[in-house]
Write a protein that binds this ligand. Structure first.
Ligand code: NDP
Length: 327
């Protein structure tokens, strides 16, 4: 059968991840990367990968089955997804949780009349974590769901510490509290505050002459970012930062504890431990691109989320093979 033809829009961390992930999916082929930057400026991981200007996309409508949109959630996707969902089937990883309803509406208005399928907010959170929260809640209506994140590098918090006066460079990790997770796993539905659930760890390189105590205090008391958490600040040199803090780890846990009757606690847990957040997120996007292609063939048009995708549509295997091997 024919390969599913994929286009990548935007060549950052996710774009590179999708380029790599397609190599593990033999039912797909990569048509090329489309970027707002001049094509000659991009150096792709695989030198065979073709790079095109964004303006060329229109002429690819018959040559691409699904576009994987790898732009940023804040400034790129709110424009790019509705514009492109009117022309192509799309998958994106829009992750501004509070704005998903309005994003859905704008994408649906573009995709549905054009008979295109647009899978929005695909990834791990939102994405696989959302699905696991849904499964757990549906199965145990009498219960409580807890999401823990980390150990993870937070881009937003890393940016925030780098803006502190006296800081030359730095990164921030969010960690789930082992104590809180242990309490949740007992099935007793503890009440946990923000401070109980996560801690924050910063690795900071100081500018020459900066006062470490002042920098530490400024970070720990920063409103919205750190003041509601127990934060540790480690001062390191630039070599250590370069050697030990270049990866983008992330992950976390979705745990629901519930009761089927007062004396029976039931606990459901799903966890991810990721060395490389964008590499993993891209792999999720690629699996969902397969589903987007199939749903479009089935006439399921408009904006969709992970909740609308039947699990079997994600698999490279046929429904017959899945029934034989996995049921
Ligand atoms: P990047 O910042 O790496 O890339 C975003 C866009 O910026 C690219 O599409 C690219 O567009 C442009 N860009 C990238 N590198 C450069 C550069 N050197 N110079 C100029 N422009 C550049 O973002 P990520 O790929 O890391 O993440 C994209 C989004 O994915 C995030 O905003 C996040 O919201 C989401 N995400 C969602 C997850 C989930 O679980 N749902 C998990 C992880 C991320 P162009 O090529 O057109 O210039």
């Amino acid at each position: 059968s024919q390969l599913i033809r994929i286009g990548i829009v935007g060549y950052g961390n996710l774009g590179r991840g999708v380029e790599t992930a397609i190599q593990h999916n033999p039912d797909m082929s990569l048509v090329g990367v489309f970027s707002r930057r001049p094509p000659e400026q991009l150096v792709t991981l695989n030198e065979q990968t073709k790079v095109f200007a964004m303006d060329d996309l229109k002429s690819f409508q018959d040559k691409i089955d699904v576009l994987i949109l790898c732009g940023g959630s804040k400034d790129d996707l709110p424009q790019q997804t509705p514009a492109l969902a009117a022309l192509f089937n799309t998958v994106d990883s829009f992750d501004t949780h509070a704005r998903i309803p309005e994003f859905y509406a704008s994408v649906d208005a573009a995709a549905a009349p054009a008979k295109k399928t647009a899978l929005i907010s695909v990834g791990w959170d939102p994405g696989l974590f959302s699905l696991n929260r849904l499964y757990a809640e549906a199965v145990l209506p009498d219960g409580e769901t807890y999401t823990f994140w980390g150990k993870g590098l937070s881009q937003g918090h890393s940016d925030a510490i780098r803006r502190v006066e006296g800081v030359k460079a730095g990164v921030q990790y969010t960690l789930p509290s082992a104590k809180a997770m242990g309490a949740v796993r007992t099935g007793t539905r503890p009440t946990l505050s923000t401070r109980d659930k996560h801690t924050r760890e910063c690795y900071v390189v100081l500018q020459a002459g900066a006062d470490a105590a002042v920098v530490e205090q400024t970070i720990k008391t920063m409103p919205n970012y750190f003041d509601e958490y127990d934060t540790t600040v480690h001062f390191i040199d630039e070599e250590t930062l370069a050697r030990e803090h270049q990866r983008m780890p992330h992950g976390g846990f979705v745990i629901r504890s519930g009761n089927t009757c007062p004396e029976h606690n039931q606990v459901i847990e799903y966890g991810l431990q990721l060395d490389d957040n964008p590499g993993f997120t891209s792999s999720v996007l690629v699996a969902y691109a397969r589903a987007a292609y199939r749903m479009n063939q089935q006439g399921q048009y408009g904006a969709k989320t992970v909740f609308d995708v039947a699990p079997g549509l994600l698999s490279m295997k046929s429904p017959e093979q899945l029934r034989k091997e996995m049921l």
